[in-house]
Design a protein around this ligand. Structure first.
Ligand SMILES: Cc1cc2nc3c(=O)[nH]c(=O)nc-3n(C[C@H](O)[C@H](O)[C@H](O)COP(=O)(O)OP(=O)(O)OC[C@H]3O[C@@H](n4cnc5c(N)ncnc54)[C@H](O)[C@@H]3O)c2cc1C
Ligand code: FES
Length: 340
């Protein structure tokens, strides 16, 4: 954990009451996707924990690694790779294209991608209204991460996040960085499934980038209340993930929940090597049940007190006794949870 002063570079609304804030400073303590930062807001006694959506550090050389990985695939990071040969094994773009065609009922993204595997997905997908929207909805194309910055996405729900939304460029925030264990990507295998619910989709960006840097092509299933709440679907698509979206009101993608998407993909015979999930507690319980024999990691967004292990205010019951979400988590192995 490191206490640092971060200068706000930008703070813009990207969805209904959801803001994207980029802060500049010493972000070297952030080392894993799924970690969080704890922000002091005004005179509030308790800091507010927010997941790291993306980071670009000189220390970790994230940008360099991503650039090298992208170049290895003959693509720039913000142009979808055209010649994926790794990830789901063999000609993955072709596999992806055909599976998407079979999934046209309810799942709208990428459905116009040709199965020949040679086309640029960005161009090919633009024939579909929803796919075009996927491409247009890129936060990071508009706000590209700069070296020495951390990016967070946050939803305004109360006084603290409301005050955060009122912050302006060049204001300086007192932030604890490098908190939590984060996702462990060593378990990912060659076909990881990323599952994000609402604002819980935020940490999937850094996770997806690291997996892609490792030559793995993730599939992302994202769930939102409605179209106006959607975040990151375009960015994850653009960096090379297969993206499926569900909305509760049916205003975009499949009507339903992320677990419905998981069931659809299973029905289509798609198999995954591992899953990573982040979202509200009811969603995590549902994902746990829907995942069957698939192993994975779940990231919790419990209410917190101190945020660094001192108060037990974020306790979670596990097979190994009570654990602190802030210190022992926020990511827990599925096998640790006694939810059966
Ligand atoms: C590890 C972790 C990562 C998080 N990552 C993000 C993130 O990336 N983006 C984001 O928008 N939010 C995230 N949260 C939730 C965020 O911390 C809270 O929304 C925020 O602290 C609320 O502060 P507030 O002062 O605006 O609201 P408050 O006035 O404190 O509360 C307003 C309302 O929000 C509810 N609430 C407060 N905290 C939480 C919480 N942790 N979970 C669910 N409901 C809560 C309260 O019950 C109340 O109804 C994360 C939480 C944790 C623990
Ligand atoms: S919030 Fe204090 S121990 Fe987790």
């Amino acid at each position: 954990m490191k206490q640092v002063q971060l200068r706000i570079q930008s703070n813009v609304e990207i969805a209904d009451n959801v803001f994207c804030m980029v802060m500049e400073g010493d972000v070297g303590a952030i080392t894993a996707p799924g970690q969080f930062i704890n922000i002091r807001i005004g005179e509030k006694f308790l800091r507010r924990p927010i997941s790291v959506c993306d980071v670009d550090t000189v220390a970790t050389g994230t940008k360099r690694i991503e650039k090298e990985a992208a170049e290895a695939f003959g693509a720039s990071l913000y142009n979808t790779p055209e010649t994926w040969n790794r990830g789901r094994g063999g000609d993955t773009l072709s596999q992806s294209g055909s599976s998407k065609e079979a999934l046209t009922a309810g799942i709208t993204d990428l459905k116009d991608v040709p199965a020949d595997g040679d086309a640029d997905r960005s161009t090919a997908a633009s024939g579909s209204g929803d796919s075009a929207q996927l491409q247009n909805d890129c936060i990071f194309r508009e706000i590209p991460p700069v070296e020495g910055t951390v990016t967070i996405l946050y939803k305004v729900v109360g006084e603290g996040t409301k005050a955060l939304a009122a912050c302006r460029r060049d204001e300086v925030l007192d932030v604890l960085t490098g908190l939590g264990n984060g996702f462990d990507i060593r378990f990912a295998g060659d076909a990881p499934l990323l599952i994000g619910g609402g604002i819980g989709s935020a940490p999937m960006m850094m996770l997806a980038k690291q997996l892609i840097s490792d030559g793995v092509r993730p599939t992302a299933v994202l769930g939102f209340r409605g179209k106006e709440d959607m975040i990151l679907q375009g960015d994850l698509y653009e960096i090379g993930c297969d993206v499926y979206v569900a909305t509760e009101d049916g205003s975009y993608g499949r009507k339903g929940f992320v677990t419905d998407l998981m069931e659809d993909l299973k029905q289509q015979g798609l198999e995954f090597s591992y899953f990573y999930a982040c979202g509200p507690s009811p969603m995590l319980h549902a994902v746990y049940r829907a995942s069957g024999n698939l192993d994975g990691q779940l990231s919790f967004e419990e209410r917190m007190g101190c945020g660094f292990g001192a108060c037990m205010g974020c306790s979670l019951e596990t097979k190994n006794g009570p654990k602190r979400v802030c210190k022992d988590g926020p990511v827990f192995l599925k096998s640790e949870l006694n939810w059966d």
